[in-house]
Design a protein around this ligand. Structure first.
Ligand code: HSE
Length: 404
């Protein structure tokens, strides 16, 4: 029997206990021994919940118990998670986490401590929720030069955008539903402003290229400016709008960004709706590989966490090699990246001529539902040129990058 401890009894922590109980026999068989939750750490009490029997409020109970071999950190946030995780690793306990803030900020250091101590630091659930993506990047797609990763990496925003697109639903109501379903972060700004997807693409990129991509270097935009009018235009174009985290290798240089994109029907990511995430990886020899599944929620996330626990137990005494050096990953200048842009500008005298003078040849789009503005798609231009050109207009209703 192997004893584990769970730090945090929130949505994911209670899900971990549920998965281990529900799939007891299967999980134990795959781990090669019985997995027993000896402690759950939480500041709160849970009267009437069987967790009470193993609940502790003192982290030192876990740290100082030599019988605890694997610690599951599902508290979220950088602190105190970082301090607890580091102490556990230094004490020779493997750690499994779903915490993308922790992994994006301290992944290389924690991996190094795990390696030095012949234990494991595993974080499958930190990107893509229940979808296996970290392990495939680390141990399956290893023969390829990865030329691109593009993913719907945030369940909450995908849920919101899907409802806005299909039902014309209003933003605040849908965000509330996502929170009730346990998809949204405690502070949903991290979802809707793109910070969550930013950390996830930084983690995946670091694993794919073996060096550290600091998430603060990833250009990040969220979905708060997207309106129902944008979806009407998207429909006219046979497209939809998704929040994507993207890393592209162009002429040997890497570019990473998070932004809403208009996707055509032909994109494999077009039909990924609701809380589902999808990640498209392109390798120079394997070509396209697609990963799809639930990107958030109690049981799907707990599934990924428990699969890491199984791996940690199976590899007791052996470090699973994960290459993510502290050395910074060299990135191209985002301002030099080129994209096409869908733009909406209030109409007025001479605006059409001005648009053509500033942006050159553009494709105008009009829909009966929206008047008083001119909408168009630019040719491919650099991010720098687009930012400069935009400023030549008094007001821009919205601008969205176009992936076609
Ligand atoms: N808030 C996150 C999301 C949870 O919506 O994707 C899973 O990381």
């Amino acid at each position: 029997m192997v004893n584990i401890a769970v730090l945090g009894y929130g949505t994911v922590g209670s899900g971990v206990a549920e998965v281990i109980n529900t799939n007891h026999d299967i999980v134990n068989k795959r781990a090669g021994q019985e997995i027993n939750i000896k402690y759950v750490l939480d500041l709160r009490d849970f009267p009437g919940d069987p967790v009470t029997e193993i609940l502790t409020h003192d982290f030192n109970d876990i740290l100082n118990d030599e019988d605890v071999k694997v610690v599951v950190e599902v508290m979220g946030g950088v602190e105190p998670a970082y301090t607890f995780v580091k102490k556990c690793l230094l004490a020779g306990k493997s750690v499994v986490t779903s915490n993308k803030e922790l992994v994006a900020a301290h992944g290389p250091e924690l991996l190094e401590i795990a390696k030095d101590n012949n234990i494991n630091f595993l974080f499958e659930a930190s990107a893509g929720g229940g979808i296996p993506i970290v392990r495939p990047l680390n141990s399956s797609i290893t023969a390829d030069d990865i030329t691109g990763i593009s993913g719907i990496l945030n369940g909450t925003t995908n849920y919101i955008l899907t409802k806005m697109s299909n039902e014309g639903a209003d933003y605040d109501t849908v965000l509330k539903q996502a929170q009730e379903l346990g998809y949204a972060e405690r502070n949903p700004e991290a979802d809707v402003e793109g910070g969550d997807a930013c950390r996830k693409i930084a983690i995946l990129t670091s694993i794919a290229y073996g060096k550290h991509l600091d998430y603060s270097r990833v250009h990040t935009e969220g979905i708060t400016s997207i309106t129902s009018e944008d979806f009407l235009y998207a429909k006219k174009l046979g497209a939809t709008i998704k929040l994507l985290g993207t890393t592209e290798k162009i002429d040997g240089r890497l570019y990473s960004f998070v932004a809403p994109m208009m996707l055509p029907k032909s994109s494999p990511l077009y039909g990924i709706d609701d809380v589902f995430n999808g990640i498209l990886v392109h390798g120079n020899v394997v070509d396209d590989v697609m990963f799809y599944g639930r990107g958030a929620g109690k049981l799907p996330t707990a599934s990924a966490v428990v699969s890491d626990v199984v791996d940690a137990v199976k590899h007791m005494g052996t470090n699973i090699m994960t290459i993510w050096d502290k050395e910074p990953l060299e990135m191209g200048d985002f301002n030099e990246l080129t994209n096409r842009f869908f733009v909406r500008i209030p109409n007025g005298d001479g605006i059409k001529e001005k648009i053509e003078a500033v942006f050159g040849s553009v494709e105008f789009i009009s829909i009966p539902e929206v008047t008083g503005e001119l909408a168009f798609i630019t040719d491919k231009i650099t991010e720098a040129a687009f930012s400069t050109n935009k400023l030549k207009f008094e007001y821009v209703n919205n601008a969205i990058r176009v992936a076609f």
